[in-house]
Design a protein around this ligand. Structure first.
Ligand SMILES: Cc1cc2nc3c(=O)[nH]c(=O)nc-3n(C[C@H](O)[C@H](O)[C@H](O)COP(=O)(O)O)c2cc1C
Length: 319
């Protein structure tokens, strides 16, 4: 059982200490451990070129063609059974490096699309996709912020959740580690360090379990699936609310002065980080392609003319 701790913060600072504390606890349970600090890795953003999914559909392995350190981290993530991810909050959300990583990792490795492609390859006797895509991954998130209240880290944990979403990683727990400024160093706070160690041990002990049997470590959160506190409401939708991370709909009510949000079992089963949820999107994309073909045919004669003003208009930045 391999546990990888990733710190996206400064070397030897808060994320490093927290990630290592969780990793040490995982090691005590018998896990093989590895630590990575990614601060100086070059991980650029997705250019939307589509080479990864085009390659997948042509019988190749899923591989980003940008030449930087992304593939090194991707390889370690796929190799691990359990991942501890600690990322600093910059401007209420996780560091851009994390967003760059999952922009390239998530969609490319969408488990519904990969499952369908693997079935096709089996049927046609083609080289199978990397089997590490289909093994169970377990993950624990720690969002690390300097502000004294959670008010300035509101998008930290919710955004981190996207890291394991498209590959259906099982989140075993999370910690919202704000207040690092006044705390000065996490090592000055034994209770906090114990909580972090508990998360690392819980991650290691969860590895190999059926996802339904994994218990949650940390605060419960409003959404029963992702355990985050983001709930969105659209005017005119009555009492319907949505968890914007899981994409599931629920009902909001006020009972005895308390706000209560509930989600049906059916909705929980179609959350985005489940295979069923990903298949919903997979079929949506397939259907979208039919519309694209239809629209292109409809505009085959006037398409060039409609596009021309935008192709010719170029008040570009010249430095
Ligand atoms: C550019 C920048 C923006 C930051 N924005 C926030 C913020 O919005 N909220 C917050 O709580 N902390 C913020 N911080 C503080 C960091 O999250 C904090 O210092 C954290 O400990 C950094 O992780 P590290 O110690 O592992 O490097 C910011 C830090 C930097 C450098």
């Amino acid at each position: 059982m391999k546990v990888l701790a990733i710190s996206m913060g400064r070397k030897n600072q808060n994320c490093d200490i927290i990630a290592k504390q969780a990793l040490m606890a995982a090691e005590k349970t018998g896990a093989d451990v590895k630590f990575m600090n990614t601060m100086n890795m070059e991980i650029s953003h997705c250019r939307g070129c589509g080479a990864c999914s085009a390659g997948r559909d042509r019988g190749k392995q899923i591989r980003c063609i940008l030449k930087d350190d992304y593939l090194t981290l991707e390889n370690e993530v796929l190799e691990a059974d359990g991942i501890i991810l600690a990322a600093p909050v910059y401007s209420i959300a996780p560091t851009g490096q994390l967003v760059n990583f999952f922009g390239r990792f998530g969609a490319a490795h969408d488990l519904a699309a990969a499952t369908e492609e693997q079935k096709r390859r089996e049927k046609e006797g083609l080289e199978p996709l990397d089997p590490r895509l289909f093994k169970k991954h377990y993950i624990a998130y720690v969002s690390v912020g300097g502000a004294h209240t959670p008010n300035w880290v509101s998008m930290g944990l919710p955004n981190m959740y996207m890291f394991g979403m498209s590959t259906v990683m099982k989140t075993v727990g999370q910690i919202n580690a704000y207040d690092m400024g006044q705390m000065t160093s996490p090592v000055f706070h034994p209770d906090f360090m114990e909580k972090v160690a508990g998360l690392g041990a819980h991650l290691a002990e969860s590895i190999g379990k059926d996802f339904e049997d994994v218990t949650w470590y940390g605060e419960e959160g409003v959404c029963p699936v992702c355990h985050n506190n983001l709930i969105s409401y659209t005017r005119g939708k009555g009492t319907e609310v949505e968890c914007p991370l899981c994409g599931i709909y629920g009902q909001i009510a006020v009972e005895d002065g308390e706000v209560n949000v509930s989600f049906s079992e059916e909705e929980k089963q179609r959350a985005r980080n489940t295979l069923a949820g990903l298949y919903e999107h997979y079929y949506e994309i397939k259907d979208m392609m039919n519309h694209v073909k239809k629209n292109l045919m409809l505009h085959k004669d006037d398409r060039a003319e409609l596009l021309r003003p935008y192709m010719e208009y170029a008040p570009d930045y010249k430095g």
